[in-house]
Design a protein around this ligand. Structure first.
Ligand code: ATP
Length: 941
């Protein structure tokens, strides 16, 4: 009786108080640690260095470097001295702290308390087993969490930044970690500054320094030295590591690297390790906490009921209540969900989709619209010039890819370029107004830089020009870089007698506005806009990308090129038509998306006719209608919202249009994934539900803003990521659907025993612990490896608002729990009826429960699809392995003497196994029947 053992009550109460205090202290400790980190983030750097007061030459002298950059040998020596240009790793918990953190969990507190009280009751064996299980559980959690964190760290490293620096007199792409003080670094819009730099050249250079100063308005950069006392935020001749170039170009010399940079010195600024969590995991953790509280309350009630109503002793009931708590709390669930998530993220990385923010994994499964760029994402970005049209002649170019072997043809005949001065001038302009380089690599030709500019180089070489010789004859003095807002690029050159020339290439509409004349044999003539527009339409309608080339003389000895210099008097030289065929995989992926209920929209900076032709080739749903940036400008938001639903092709758009489109689509309740590569795409990427940046051609700014980065820039990888996203969510649901009925069944067995007044329970707490632990590391873990279900891309996207625990879900959890309870209880009683010992009956109960789980695991592989087929039963090798292992464990549990002694069981004979298998396989058929009825009902609806 309760009253007969007051000491036990005191102990129990004292331990409960201790558990609560420990929990609160642990919670406070975590909060404080988080707050401390937040405070560290806002603290200003200690003293700052004075590089800003040196002028460019002094900086070069101080760092012992010339204007052609460092030699590799010197750079290596400096790397040895200064160490890699990496920020110190954020403080992470050491292994000991990580191990101890495994104990910070309500269930573990309950178990520890139970272990202590069991010890006080002198049940030494039980106490020992409970404590042993707690330790093993912590060890498993420790190892699994470590693996998940390692996987994420490896994925993050796939995104390590690069920098363009001069080494041995050549511009080279380097790992940002290899930069050393003295390196000369080239900057362009979208770059993330890789180290602290003293700027030597700035051309319209603007840098957003929010990461350092908190100020999000970009700062205009200059090169002049500044007084010593200038505060950090005003040092306009410096560019600081971690900040972003939002506009223009520049060159800087590395002055500090790694921990010595301004950002490195505010050590806490390094983004911390991301928590392994998503909204669903948080939702389940919350649910788990409520469930635990409810179970503890139920256990207390049961304790009182048993002692007061059923005449159990307090000691008996204490063990029963602990058994109930242990049975009902789904302790393995959070770990399994984390692992499932980590496996999903790794699988996505394997398919070229690198997740930067974990919640995106879940959002991917709800995506209903993918807005994709055209060039390089839907098309191959392997360009070839196929046509060149001057005012008087239409040339064709032979040859494929970047191989410069090929010729310029007129009416099908090879044509010598020098015969036509207009053609020669157009090709010269195309080679000079160009930043790409062509290099032979492993038997083929590779382009460094923009593929379109690479194609122009190839065209020039086919026309017999030599890019290097041309560049030395007409050196470049200045440029206006290409930006998608103005859609052209212009360069200024001079020859050796001081004459200057401007060459421009860009979108034909943009250039036609700037031209008043056109080049003809022997001079120039008034521009015939209608002629050029008609030619442009003709090329674009074949899906070719069209570029116009223009030029004009500039003032002698001009050294600067600004927008106003271009004026409206350019001379149109030629139109160039470039082929960029669609990617085969993209065509297939667009089809997959259509089946998966996902609308694909092409949003491109290219011309409307080109966009429509390519949209038709890749198979977009509605490729006959196109809206241009100009159309969008003329629309009010309501009209745009309506039109955005139906129209799938958008051409000549700017990044601002992308943002508007995302917003309108989201207002129509669409979950939107949007791709982007430029610095100006960042707002649209941030706004989209899943921002997708290009890994190869994307800027660092776009990558920073995105949730996901495509390692291969390929549209097909987005479709794969959606498939994996849907799979991860399915697998998380499967884990819940599998684990909860196990706990439900066990709890019902214990509750039933108490209600019916059994003095010998079918399951003891340590046996329940065994079942939970052993099945969590085998069966539930196998579900985390489930491959995508066959129909995963054949159904519409998940409704983002739908809760996980739907009535259908709860129904399955409920009735499977009841089946488990009836079967376990029934076979336990059967054994007792047959005069078996309690140890044997309990061995039967435990094995029944485990075999129920084995069969139910097969059901759980598919949520609603049938599994009674070859793929369903054998499709996941991990499941088969887990089942095999589990059977071995159960044999050891039942027949090895030390295990029998530890767990209080005895050997059973083989006829009993037959009964167990027959009874437990019922769950497989009953759940399949329920799935079948559900599918039939859905079909009828
Ligand atoms: P997408 O948005 O699908 O990648 P895109 O690459 O065609 O399409 P932008 O990069 O904005 O979009 O280019 C728009 C237009 O600007 C092109 O159609 C072309 O006419 C012109 N253009 C592109 N790159 C250059 C460049 N390096 N120099 C001059 N003009 C360019």
């Amino acid at each position: 009786m309760l009253a007969s053992n007051p000491t036990l009550i005191y102990w129990t109460l004292a331990i409960l108080v201790l558990v609560s205090v420990a929990f609160l202290v642990g919670w406070r400790f975590r909060r404080n640690a988080i707050n401390r980190r937040a405070v560290a983030r806002t603290q200003p750097p200690a003293e700052s260095r004075s590089w800003h007061q040196l002028d460019a030459d002094q900086t070069l002298t101080e760092l012992e470097v010339t204007e052609t950059g460092l030699e590799t040998s010197e750079a290596l020596a400096r790397l040895e001295r200064h160490g890699p240009n990496r920020l110190p790793e954020p403080e992470t918990r050491g292994p000991l702290m990580r191990f101890l953190a495994q104990f910070h969990n309500v269930l573990i507190y309950v178990l520890l308390a139970a272990g202590v009280v069991t010890g006080l009751l002198q049940h030494w064996l039980d106490a020992g087993v409970i404590l042993g299980v707690v330790l093993i559980n912590a060890a498993i959690g420790f190892v699994q969490e470590g693996k998940a964190e390692d996987a994420l760290r490896a994925i993050r490293q796939m995104l390590s930044p690069h920098a363009m620096a001069w080494r041995d007199g050549r511009l080279t792409t380097l790992d940002a970690a290899d930069l050393v003080p003295g390196d000369l670094v080239q900057l362009q819009s979208g770059d993330k500054i890789p180290a602290d730099l003293r700027l030597l050249r700035a051309k319209g250079l603007q840098i957003e320094e929010a990461a350092l100063t908190g100020e999000s308005v970009p700062v205009d950069k200059v090169v002049g030295a500044l007084p010593l006392e200038t505060p950090l935020a005003d040092r306009r001749c410096m560019a600081y590591s971690g900040t972003l170039v939002t506009h223009g170009q520049g060159t800087g010399i590395v002055v500090e690297t790694g921990a010595e940079t301004e950002i490195g010195r505010i050590s806490a600024l390094v983004s911390g390790v991301e928590q392994l969590t998503t909204p669903l995991l948080r939702q389940m953790a919350q649910f788990g906490r409520w469930l635990t509280a409810a179970i503890l309350a139920l256990a207390t009630l049961t304790f009182c009921f048993g002692v007061l109503v059923r005449d159990y002793t307090a000691a008996e009931m204490f063990l029963a209540a602990v058994g109930l708590a242990v049975a009902a709390i789904p302790e393995g669930l959070p770990a399994i969900m984390t692992i499932t998530l980590a496996i999903g993220v790794r699988r996505m990385a394997g398919r070229n989709a690198i997740i930067r923010r974990l919640p995106a994994v879940e959002t991917l499964g709800t995506v209903g619209v993918i807005c994709s760029d055209k060039t390089g994402t839907l098309t191959r970005n392997e360009m070839t010039v196929s046509r060149l049209l001057t005012a008087e002649r239409a040339f064709t170019l032979s040859g494929t890819g970047y191989d410069p072997h090929g010729a310029i043809l007129l009416d099908g005949e090879s044509y010598a370029t020098q015969q036509d001065p207009v053609l020669t001038e157009a090709l010269r302009a195309a080679l000079l107004c160009n930043d790409a380089a062509l290099t032979p690599a492993e038997g083929e030709w590779r382009v460094e830089g923009d593929p379109m500019e690479g194609a122009l180089l190839v065209a020039g070489i086919k026309g017999g020009l030599d890019p290097e010789m041309l560049a030395s004859e007409l050196p470049r003095t200045d440029l206006i870089p290409f930006e998608s807002e103005h859609k052209f690029m212009a360069t200024l050159h001079h020859d050796h007698v001081g004459e200057s020339f401007i060459f421009v290439k860009g979108a034909p509409e943009a250039l036609l506005e700037m031209c008043s004349r056109q080049r003809v044999a022997g001079g120039t003539a008034d521009i015939d806009r209608a002629f050029w527009l008609e030619r442009m339409e003709g090329l674009a309608a074949q899906g070719q990308r069209v570029l116009a080339i223009a030029a004009r003389p500039a003032e002698r000895h001009a050294t600067d090129l600004v927008f106003d210099d271009l004026g409206r008097d350019l001379v149109m030289l030629a139109l160039v038509g470039l082929m960029d065929p669609p990617r085969e995989e993209a065509i297939a992926a667009v089809e997959v998306c259509a089946r998966a209920g996902i609308r694909v929209k092409m949003i491109t900076g290219d011309h409307a006719s080109t966009a429509m032709a390519i949209a038709g080739q890749v198979g977009l749903a509605n490729s006959n209608v196109v809206l241009t940036g100009r159309d969008l400008d003329a629309m009010d938001e309501d009209t745009l919202r309506r039109r955005a639903e139906e129209v799938d092709v958008y051409a000549r758009v700017t990044p601002e249009h992308k943002l508007r489109l995302v917003q309108r689509l989201q207002e129509s309740d669409r979950i939107v994934a949007m791709t982007g590569d430029g610095v100006n795409d960042a707002p649209a990427l941030k706004r989209a539900d899943v921002g997708v940046a290009m890994g190869i051609n994307g800027t660092e700014a776009a990558k920073e803003a995105a949730e996901m980065v495509l390692a291969d820039d390929n549209f097909a990888s987005i479709a794969s990521a959606v498939e994996e996203g849907r799979t991860v969510y399915d697998n998380l649901k499967k884990a819940i659907l599998f684990i909860l009925p196990t706990n439900g069944g066990e709890a019902l067995v214990v509750l039933g025993a108490i209600l019916f007044g059994f003095h010998q329970f079918p399951l003891t707490p340590v046996q329940i612990l065994w079942v939970n632990m052993i099945t969590a590391v085998t069966l539930a873990l196998a579900l985390a490896f489930e491959p995508p279900e066959p129909g995963v891309m054949g159904r519409p996207p998940r409704n983002a608002r739908e809760p996980v625990l739907t009535p259908a879900f709860l129904w399955r959890i409920g009735y499977v729990s009841v089946i488990l309870m009836i079967g376990t209880f029934g076979l336990f009683l059967w054994e007792l009826e047959r005069d078996a010992s309690i140890e044997q009956a309990r061995a039967v109960a435990v094995n029944t429960l485990v075999f129920f789980e084995i069969f139910y695991l097969l059901n759980s592989r598919y949520i609603n699809a049938p599994v009674l087929n070859r793929a369903g039963l054998t499709g996941n090798p991990y499941v088969l392995l887990a089942i095999g292992l589990l059977v071995l464990f159960q044999l050891a549990f039942t027949y090895l003497e030390p295990m029998q002694a530890l767990f209080g069981v005895a050997a059973i004979d083989w006829t009993v196994w037959v009964r167990i298998v027959l009874v437990t396989s019922s769950v497989l058929f009953i759940v399949e029947l329920e799935k079948w009825l559900t599918r039939r009902r859905r079909l009828a609806d």
